[in-house]
Design a protein around this ligand. Structure first.
Ligand SMILES: [Zn+2]
Length: 185
């Protein structure tokens, strides 16, 4: 029997889905060739609460936290989030362009959103990521690489690598050695 595909038409199968309006068409969906790892927490340093879902949907309530007042009108997204429990949520079809990288460049090519997939880990620069997050990230990355083979280990980067000076995520606690070993095992 054929193994069920982990991605069908750009969506993870058997995955929590919260479609975000913050995306547009890729110029060339055959061009998907970079994976960008980020972290996010809302409010900063706090986990849970569902505010990342709200933020990516453009529904963050500015009255709930002073920080939300500053960011609630930003139109951003990522393809996926992995929360502290390892639960994956997909917001944007992989074949569409999510708005996660901003001003960025990889090997001389700008606008990394055009040709990348963005994964957010719920986290910060103050706390290690969880075991469940590494396990889900490993599974998700292997699945993405199988469907988008132009994404090779050399073409998996942190946000800070493509937006140096402007971004620090995924930060000091992200264990690149472990992750890159995990995905090649
Ligand atoms: Zn980022």
């Amino acid at each position: 029997m054929k193994k069920q595909k982990c991605i069908e038409q750009g969506w993870l199968t058997n995955c929590r889905q919260i479609p975000s309006p913050h995306f547009d068409e890729r110029l060339d969906s055959g061009d998907i060739s970079l994976l960008v790892i980020h972290y996010i927490s809302l409010p900063p340093e706090q986990f849970g609460g569902g505010y990342i879902d709200d933020f990516f949907q453009g529904k963050l309530d500015p009255k709930l936290h002073p920080y939300f007042e500053k960011i609630h009108q930003m139109r951003v997204s990522a393809h996926c989030l992995i929360d502290r429990q390892g639960v994956i949520t997909q917001y944007v079809n992989f074949n569409e362009r999510a708005w996660h990288a901003g001003v960025s460049s990889f090997e001389g090519r700008e606008k990394c959103n055009d040709f990348s997939i963005g994964i957010e880990l719920e986290g910060s620069n103050e706390q290690p990521f969880t075991e469940a997050q590494y396990q889900s990230l490993q599974r998700l990355t292997k699945c993405i690489m199988a469907v988008y083979p132009k994404i090779t280990p050399e073409r998996i980067v942190g946000h800070t690598d493509i937006s140096p000076g402007r971004k620090i995520d995924p930060g000091q606690y992200f264990d690149w050695g472990r992750y890159l070993k995990d995905i090649q095992s």
